[in-house]
Design a binder for this molecule. Structure first.
Ligand code: PHE
Length: 458
């Protein structure tokens, strides 16, 4: 196995494997669960437009920066940032950005695993035939029945964390490669099939209008913050997941091209998920703003009706679980890599320690949907523990981490090192575009959106 001189970690066997692994990280519950329900809650087209702008102007350049820094440092985000900072003659304090990311990943995985557990539960329900002939009221009741009961929520969260433990202990490459090369394309094909079904419902035109005709009266500062947080979340940016995958990338790979593929596939998946889900919502007369239950309350109805729905339902929820697992792995990998480098723990011990901690926090997130629904931990924020974790990590910590990564790459690192690592001509158009986006546009966007969300601009 290839081994770079100053790293203890294995490398991807090719650039294609990196693209698949990073896509496996990016494509997950963020695309299939979170994106559709946020679009539904935030009024549709205007939200989609702002989200897409954030992907192109903020997410794309920052992803290039993350991969570039990761490959230069070749370690966990914390030690990578310290090493690259020292190499560039900067303060080792930049490693704090890595710590911020590790903390964000810890918080995200705790609630992510709860939703991953729902996906597993639904895979089982598909298998035992619970969707057969189910009405939209029935599907709604099934979802509410699940989340309002503490025992199954905690149980399936536990199963999800145990699966992650098993895979991450086996090592990222062995655990991941197969899952992403076969299963991700299958998921994509299945989504396309659901879109084709959506076209037959008679509500496809309404869906296109809802998703792509922007109505800006539905938008305020908080909505823009949500759209930007979702852009970071869906691309796995701002917390070191993409950076640690970049650390395992062979030096011969072209970073801008790889990034283009990852961003493109992730965005396409989210849009297609929307096109698959909203026709069902509208044709069944459901409310698009149903919230976090949206996917789980809509798709079973379709699987309960269409030919081969039984098999397709099993396949869909198994693949949704796989997509959640490949993303969960990338949330766990940065802190695992750090513990392996910096303590005497091996992979098993490091993974076990982190899984244990995240599992405990996840229990709190799961219980906050039922028995602890009234508990508030951040004064002034009217959200349960689940919602609070989601808000703090996705909407605040990820953009903040991304902001510092952009500043580090474009203002502090030597331009010669950066263009060398990106393999771009220093005076060429692509490098210049990247530099303008990373120096000015992305940081300004993050800062403005933060200020805007505080209500400063009225
Ligand atoms: N991008 C993943 C998703 O869309 C979630 C994730 C966020 C993974 C941050 C890693 C890091 O589901």
């Amino acid at each position: 196995m290839a081994q770079a001189s100053h790293t203890r970690h294995e490398q991807w066997s090719s650039g294609l494997v990196f693209i698949l692994a990073a896509t496996g990280s990016a494509v997950g519950l963020g695309n299939l669960w979170r994106f559709p329900y946020l679009v539904g809650e935030n009024g549709g087209g205007a939200f989609v437009l702002i989200y897409l702008a954030c992907i192109v102007l903020v997410g794309f350049p920052i992803m290039m920066a993350e991969v570039m820094i990761g490959r230069r440092g070749r370690q966990s985000p914390i030690n990578t940032l310290r090493r690259v900072a020292l190499e560039e003659g900067l303060s080792s304090g930049w490693q704090l950005v890595g710590w911020l990311g590790v903390a964000a990943g810890f918080l995200i995985l705790s609630f992510y695993s709860v939703v991953g557990g729902w996906a597993l539960y639904y895979a089982l329900q598909a298998l035992v035939g619970s969707f057969s002939g189910i009405s939209s009221e029935g599907a709604g009741a099934m979802f509410r029945g699940l989340v309002s009961s503490p025992v199954p929520v905690v149980f399936w969260h536990t199963v999800f964390m145990l699966i992650l433990f098993g895979i991450v202990v086996a090592g990222v490459r062995r655990g991941l490669q197969r899952a992403v090369t076969i299963l991700m394309p299958l998921l994509f094909a299945l989504l396309i099939l659901l879109v084709l079904y959506g076209m037959t419902t008679g509500a496809f035109g309404q869906t296109l209008h809802f998703m792509f005709a922007p109505d800006f009266s539905a938008i305020d500062g908080r909505t823009v913050l949500t759209a930007m947080g979702q852009a970071f979340f869906t691309l796995s940016l701002g917390m070191g997941a993409i950076m640690v995958y970049g650390a395992y990338l062979p030096s011969s790979e072209h970073i801008p091209r790889a990034t283009g593929w990852i961003v493109g596939m992730d965005t396409l998946t989210a849009i297609i998920a929307g096109l698959a889900i909203f026709p069902i919502v509208f044709s069944a007369g459901m409310a698009p703003g149903a919230g976090p239950g949206l996917v789980f309350e809509t798709l079973p109805v379709v699987f309960g009706t269409i030919p081969f729905g039984f098999l397709l339902g099993i396949l869909f929820f198994v693949l949704l679980s796989v997509a959640a697992i490949t993303s969960g792995i990338s949330l766990l990998e940065p802190p695992v890599a750090y513990l392996i480098e910096s303590t005497r723990l091996g992979r098993r011990g490091a993974t076990g320690l982190l899984v244990g901690g995240i599992w405990l926090l996840g229990i709190a997130a799961g219980l906050s949907l039922n028995v602890w629904a009234g508990v508030r931990i951040v004064p002034g924020l009217d959200a349960n523990i689940f919602g609070t974790l989601e808000f703090l990590a996705n909407d605040l910590m990820l953009p903040l981490g991304g902001l510092f990564i952009a500043l580090f790459a474009a203002w502090f690192m030597r331009s010669a090192s950066v263009s060398e690592e990106l393999d771009l001509l220093h005076h060429g158009p692509v490098y210049r575009l990247w530099r303008v986006a990373t120096r000015f546009i992305a940081p300004a966007a993050v800062i403005l959106v933060f200020l805007n969300a505080t209500g400063l601009f009225g």
